[in-house]
Design a binder for this molecule. Structure first.
Ligand SMILES: Cc1cc2nc3c(=O)[nH]c(=O)nc-3n(C[C@H](O)[C@H](O)[C@H](O)COP(=O)(O)OP(=O)(O)OC[C@H]3O[C@@H](n4cnc5c(N)ncnc54)[C@H](O)[C@@H]3O)c2cc1C
Length: 374
């Protein structure tokens, strides 16, 4: 019997595993593929804040950025590289937003050197920009390091049954608590209100004679050069899903899109494509992540009935699966959010700390129930 079972060994599952291992708990971690074999293995894993107008998501990402930056630096220094980040506006609207952002930001702004500025295309030079100290982590390495100390089982979880006080997984393993960290790939628990959409992404490593001194973000991200190699990513494709589309993904088209977008920011000379990475991000419909207990829809409909149409209904009134949690919906910020969210989840499970309603799955259920007019 394990204290906790985690299904999905991406950055979310591995961050939860790390929290519980640190708390002295026994952890079993499942993945149908390898550790970081899903969206996490494809990520450029930039650790950056969200440059946008004010809003809940921006605030959460800024807090998560500060938290995760220190967390990776302290706990996983071998997988962490601090790097100057130059974020460049895409258009005039973005120019305005960045100007405003710079006035209000809590982050210390960095100077853009003449060498860096001169390396940008004339179009990129004309746009507003902001530069701060950010970081990149080695996606696969960090997931492997985080899961040290957990028992890793390479198995697809197909059955999850609650028996008295514990969960039985695939009729073989048992655990007191279960965390679903399955990303956009599939839901082990089929509940109609859980609605995460897969956003397919492609990034490439290229060899180039151009030296890029920092991370650049504009239409795509171009990472700082390392031994003549830069990572360029990523595409956002909501129409392709590896489990749903019959045709294979057009890798050449994806490469062409990445190179074209990168060329709008910096001219990279003598390019040779070394490696492609593809995977799904998991996007939530309101862009906020999903963290916390899952609602038993049938039981809640039976107990709450028509009161579910009332927007003022308290989430405490819903019925929940016992000791079953989800961490998902991090979109393009999984590496920024995961350590921050995993810590909140640990505090919730071990110390009973409440999770904000803004990220609780209950908000999804409440909206779904109103739409269904149950
Ligand atoms: C190309 C690309 C670039 C990105 N760049 C960045 C970036 O620079 N910075 C950033 O912060 N984020 C980035 N992201 C987003 C980030 O990668 C995701 O938000 C993050 O990977 C989500 O992690 P996850 O653990 O939820 O999902 P995943 O990494 O997809 O992990 C889910 C895992 O669950 C497993 N699984 C699913 N069902 C089962 C089952 N039934 N049984 C067992 N295992 C199961 C899957 O095999 C998978 O390994 C990028 C994403 C992509 C695709």
């Amino acid at each position: 019997m394990y204290d906790i079972a985690i299904i999905g060994a991406g950055i979310n599952g591995c961050s939860v595993a790390y929290e519980f291992i640190q708390a002295g708990k026994s952890v079993i971690l499942f993945d149908k593929d390898d550790i970081a074999g899903g969206g996490s293995g494809a990520a450029g894993a930039f650790i950056s804040p969200k440059f946008s107008k004010t809003g809940e998501l921006k605030e959460m990402l800024n807090a998560a950025f500060s938290y995760s930056y220190d967390y990776y630096k302290t706990n996983f220094p071998d997988s962490f590289s601090a790097s100057q980040l130059l974020h460049i506006a895409k258009d005039e609207k973005d120019d305005l937003m960045l100007r405003q952002y710079k006035e209000d930001t809590q982050f210390q702004l960095q100077k853009v050197s003449d060498t860096l500025f001169d390396a940008l295309t004339p179009e990129a030079q004309k746009r507003e920009n902001i530069s701060i100290n950010a970081a990149v982590v080695d996606a696969k390495n960090v997931c492997h390091s985080m899961s040290q100390g957990a028992r890793f089982v390479r198995e697809k979880v197909e059955s999850l049954v609650y028996d008295d006080d514990f969960w039985i997984i695939n009729e073989t393993y048992s655990a007191k608590e279960v965390v679903l960290a399955t990303g956009a790939y599939e839901n082990v628990i089929k509940e109609p209100y859980i609605d995460v959409r897969g956003i397919w992404g492609h990034r490439i490593d290229v060899k180039t004679s151009t030296n890029n001194p920092c991370s650049l973000h504009q239409f795509v991200s171009i990472a700082k050069s390392r031994d003549g190699v830069v990572a360029i990513g990523a595409t956002h494709n909501i129409h392709y899903h590896p489990d749903k589309n019959s045709e294979t993904y057009d890798i050449k088209k994806g490469r062409a899109e990445l190179l074209e977008k990168a060329s709008q920011t910096m001219k990279l000379e003598n390019i040779e494509i070394l490696k492609d990475y593809v995977g799904l991000r998991s996007g939530s419909v309101d862009y906020m992540p999903l963290l916390g207990s899952l609602i038993l829809s049938n039981a809640t409909i039976a107990s709450c009935g028509k009161r579910l149409q009332d927007k003022r209904i308290k989430y405490d009134e819903f019925s929940y699966y016992p000791n079953l949690y989800i961490i998902n919906g991090s979109g393009g910020y999984g590496f920024v959010l995961a350590p921050y969210l995993a810590n909140i989840l640990k505090e919730h499970i071990l110390s009973g700390k409440k999770i904000s309603a803004k990220i609780a799955p209950a908000r999804y259920f409440a909206r779904w129930a109103r739409r269904q007019r149950v």
